[in-house]
Design a protein around this ligand. Structure first.
Ligand code: MLT
Length: 206
């Protein structure tokens, strides 16, 4: 595991199974660069893992962009932070010789991944968005060119309304993505069902 002088504090684990796309792991509010490494290893054994820490601090809790309240986002900040994250991915790919990663984001990390897909469609080869919401009010820029996106929502999620998750699926599909949106009988937290579906999805991308 190494850390290079790129623009985000991050962890990088090189691939041990060439051929799998790298994963970009994006944590939820209060997480950090270590949080999702075990999940990444479980979802795509042997894939390179790139895991940045969000630069925004909310009362000491790292996030990837500012929010005004739960579910109410500072859209100018979302746009700027999404672009900065896309630039980080490009720099990390050059530094480590990586193919385009598949984003695996949870909650706030899923939301910033969706914002990157809306604004910089070439950044990711695909995405797994866990408990994601619509991050920006405008349409996606387009150009997602059939990139595959798995959105996993929870039917009892107190943070993400079902209509919001459905709107995100429609928005990314309108931008050109091939979206598979599933809703699990659970809340905001991740379950074994999420892991199983995400793992199968990632296996089919390899
Ligand atoms: C969170 O707690 O991270 C929210 O549910 C999503 C967000 O603020 O982006």
């Amino acid at each position: 595991m190494t850390t290079t002088a790129l623009s985000f504090v991050h962890r990088f684990e090189p691939a041990t199974a060439p051929g799998r796309p790298p994963l970009l792991l994006l944590h939820g509010t209060g997480g950090d660069e270590d949080d999702l490494l075990p999940l990444g290893r479980m979802l795509a054994p042997g894939a390179a893992l790139l895991s940045p820490r969000g630069k925004v601090s909310e009362g000491g809790m790292p996030r990837f962009f500012r929010r005004l309240a739960e579910g109410v986002f500072d859209h100018d900040d979302v746009r700027a932070r999404a672009d900065e994250l896309a630039d980080f991915v490009a720099a990390a790919r050059a530094a480590h010789g990586l193919a385009a990663p598949v984003a695996v984001g949870f909650s706030n990390g899923a939301n910033v991944a969706a914002a990157v897909m809306m604004r910089r469609p070439d950044t990711f080869a695909g995405a797994v968005l866990l408990r994601a919401m619509v991050p920006l009010p405008e349409p996606a820029a387009g150009g997602l060119d059939g990139r595959r996106v798995l959105i996993l929502s929870g039917s009892a999620d107190p943070i993400v309304p079902a209509a919001n998750a459905a709107a995100l699926a429609a928005l990314l599909a309108a931008g050109g993505a091939a979206v598979d949106h599933r809703t699990l009988p659970t809340g905001h937290g991740l379950t074994q069902g999420d892991v199983a579906l995400a793992r199968t999805f990632l296996d089919t991308l390899s």
